[in-house]
Design a protein around this ligand. Structure first.
Ligand code: GLY
Length: 371
């Protein structure tokens, strides 16, 4: 997609969508097109990797999602097709294929999806062997009565749904980074939580400083949320989770209300960053609830960042200034198409795609400086 979305194309797409609705449904067909178009300003937002990685193609995740959405695709289908680009890109070490593995060197993936209009959700956690966990999460939404499948069961489900199961999702790059981490850490670290935590912090900081890890990819993840002109809202979050995690650790990404929450009448919020902090505060749910009570996306997320800061009292999680020593970012849209990217700390950017095209915008933040 070029840098600008063609407005005439948008109008045409709106017309095509209306026609297909008129053929397929009753109530929707009666809605005048002009009402549909004024319902919301279409937008897709995501973490910054959604407008960085292309996997050798011509489009980033937000460009692909926005284009499909404007062409009349289901919003969730469009968002998942977007994040698939990042999941399949071996250069993004935080998501899907080539994501940084767990402490045993195994890539375990988490994902969730929520569909606002259908009020349905699906998720997978600690899934091994499938490059695109977001598609498996969508299959959970579409094919089952459940909301979350984990581990071996999730993999068996994926196999039964026709997904190819691969023996190993490491790339040479992700395996090399894991070997380096293994070499540097104490193999007995499970026995002493204090020295384990200290050793891991030191090793992570060293590897980031030496350019072996992207600082933002310790927790990885892409979250992508969109609303179309009819005000239909969906979201998806997908991740390889915390690098070098204890096998079986599940972060916020697949947990409804934490890594993602969509209320079809109100808006969507999703996150990247330290999942444990998000899980404790169920931040995405709370952000959407704040919007339901009338807050703008930015204010809704800043309020929740304050809560997260208040909930962070353990010394090991605080920096010298007494503030959280980790990052957490939120991507938020409401049903009118207003949006915000909000992070605990300044200096972060997020991806946006509107009719004006795709771009990175600075995030609002609660705290100045660095974690
Ligand atoms: N936010 C990703 C994770 O903590 O796993």
């Amino acid at each position: 997609m070029g840098s600008r979305i063609n407005r005439r194309g948008f109008v045409r797409a709106g017309t095509a969508a209306s026609v297909s609705l008129a053929i397929g449904g009753k109530a929707e067909a009666a809605a005048p097109q002009v009402m549909q178009r004024s319902a919301a300003t279409p937008v897709v937002v995501s973490s910054d990797n959604g407008n960085v990685y292309r996997n050798g193609g011509s489009q980033t995740a937000v460009e692909k999602s926005f284009q499909m959405m404007m062409g009349g695709s289901d919003v969730l289908d469009a968002l998942v097709a977007g994040v698939n680009i990042v999941e399949l890109d071996p250069l993004d070490t935080s998501v899907g294929y080539g994501g940084l593995p767990n402490a045993d060197g195994v890539v375990q993936l988490d994902s969730s999806v929520m569909h606002g209009p259908k009020k349905r959700a699906g998720g997978v956690a600690a899934l091994e062997g499938v490059r695109t966990p977001s598609l498996v999460a969508k299959a959970v939404l579409e094919q089952t009565d459940h909301h979350l499948l984990v581990g071996e069961g999730a993999q068996r489900f994926a196999r039964n749904m026709g997904f190819a199961i691969e023996p190993d999702l490491n790339t040479e790059r992700s395996r090399g980074r894991w070997l380096e981490w293994k070499r540097r850490t104490d193999p007995l670290h499970y026995l002493d939580p204090k020295s384990r935590s200290d050793a891991e912090c030191r090793v992570r900081a060293e590897m980031v400083a030496e350019g072996l890890m992207d600082g933002r990819h310790q927790y990885g993840t892409i979250n992508c949320d969109g609303v179309n002109a009819k005000g239909e809202i969906c979201g998806v979050t997908t991740t390889s989770g915390l690098a070098w995690k204890i096998p079986g650790r599940v972060g916020d990404s697949p947990i409804l209300g934490a890594g993602l929450y969509v209320n079809g009448e109100v808006g969507a919020a999703g996150s990247t960053g330290r999942g444990e902090a998000n899980l404790f505060s169920l931040a995405s749910y709370q952000i959407v609830e704040n919007m339901r009570l009338g807050m703008h996306p930015k204010d809704a997320a800043i309020d929740v960042c304050r809560r997260i800061q208040k909930n962070t009292i353990e010394k090991r999680l605080l920096n010298d200034g007494g503030h959280p020593n980790f990052g957490l970012e939120f991507y938020v849209i409401n049903a009118r198409g207003q949006y915000a990217g909000v992070s605990l700390y300044e200096g972060q950017r997020f991806a946006v795609c509107t009719e004006q095209g795709a771009r990175l915008e600075p995030m609002e933040s609660l705290l100045s400086g660095k974690p």
